[in-house]
Design a protein. Sequence first.
Length: 484
Amino acid sequence: MKSAVETLNPTRVRLTVEVPFEELKDSLDAAYKKINQQVTVKGFRKGKIPARVIDQRFGRGAVLEEAVNDALPKFYTDAVNEGELNVLGQPEVDITELKDGELLAFTAEVDIRPTIEIPDYSGIEVTVDAIEVTDEELEKSVEQLRDRFASTNPVERAAAEGDVVTIDLEAKVDGEVLPDGVASAVQYTIGSGELLDGIDEAVTGLEAGGEATFTSELKGGTAEGKTAEVSVKVTQVAARELPELDDEFAQMASEFDTIEELKADSRKRLESSKQYDQATQAQERVLDELLKLAEVPIPEKLLADEINTRKHNLEHHQLGQMGLDLAKYLEIQGKTEEEFDAETREQAVKGIKTQFILDELVNKEKLNVNQEELTEHLMRRAQSSGMSPDEFAKAVVEGGQVPMLVGEVARGKALAVVVEAAKVVDTNGEPVDLEDDEDETAETVEASSDEDATEADAPAEAATEAAEGKADDKADDKADKTEA
C-alpha cells in the first residue's frame, strides 16, 4: 500500500491511498464466504457455491462492494498510522479508482488536531474577589436557618404576606373545568411565588371561608400555556412564627450550646464557601488568560458538530426536563435566536480550545492519572449526577467513557500546573495562596470544555460508515459492466 498526506489547512488533511489488488485477497475471500451464507443456488449446497457461480449469478460488483467495505477501514487506519496523524471524527472518503484485479485507490479528507505551541504562562496575573463575610450575609444565613424551624398557627384574621393559607382551587378554560384543574387543601405561603401568577393578590385580605376569582396563564398540565379562570377558596389562614434567636434555638437547630457559637460557625461556613468560589474564580480567569496567549486553530467540522451537540443537549435534555422549548427559554432569557447562536458558538470555540491546549500541556508535562485520582473524580461526578458511585461507574464503563473521565482529570492537573505558576491577588491587593485541588480544577475544565468535545476523538474504524456509500457507487458501476 502507498499513501501520501496533503495538508489542506492547519486542521485538515487529505490522504491519498493506493492499494495493490492482491492486498484485497483476504477481504475478497471473506466476501465470497459471506455471500455464500446468504444466498441459495439450485444444485449447490449452502455455503459451497463456487466463486465463479456467484460472479455469474450475482455479479462480480456485489463481491467487490462487500470486499472494499470490509477492507477500507483497515487501509485508512494504516495510512493514518503511517502519516502519524492525530485524527478527529470521521473521514470523507472518495474511491477514485477500482480496477478489478489491478488497483484500489481512494482519498480520505479528515480533521486533525492542530499543532499547538504552549505559550509562556509564567507571567499570567489575575485578580479575584477577596474573602469577606459581611454582617448582612451572616444575618441572612442565620435567618435562613431560623426560617427552617418556623412554626405555623391558625389565626382568625385576613391573610397577609408571609402567612400560610390552605386553599381549594378550580381552573376553567373557555368555561370548562379542566380534568386536572381541581385541587383541594393546598398549602401556600403568600409571597413565595411558588404557585400561579395572580394568586397572591387574590388571597391577600381573605379570611377563612373567603373566595376570589382571578385569571392566570397555566404553567403545566393539559392546558399548559393557556389562560384560565381560577376560583380560589381559603379554608384556613395560619401565621408563621419564627423562634427567638437565643441559646435555646442554637441547641435545637445545631450542635452548639450558644447562639454566639452558632453564628461563629455560620461565619466560618460562609468563609469556606467564599474560599471555594475564590479558587474556582482564579482557575477560570487563569484559563481565560492562557487561552488568550495561545494560537489554537479550530477544525470547522468539529466546531459545527460541537455546536449542534450543545444545542441538542439543551433542547432535548435540559429544557425538556424543565418543560420548556427553545423559544420559551429564549423569551425567559431575553435573548434573540441570533444572540443565542453567537453565544453557543463562542462557548463551543472556548471548549475546543481548552481541550486542545490542556491536552497538549498534559503531553508536554508528561502528566499521568493514577487510580486514586480517577476514583475520586468518579465519586464527585457520581454525586453531581445524582447516581450512586457504583451505578455511575457501571454506566461509564458500559458507555466506554472511561477515557473521557481520565481526560478530564488529566486536563484538571494541567490547569493546576498553570494556576500554580500564575500570580493571583485579591481585590485588596493581597496575594492568594491556592491549594492544589485537581478535582476542583477539573470541574473548571469541564465547565469550559464540554464533555461532548472529548468525544470528537473518533477511532479510525469510524471510516466504515463513510466508506460504504462510496464503495457501493463504484461497485454498482462494476456490476453493470459485469452483467453486460
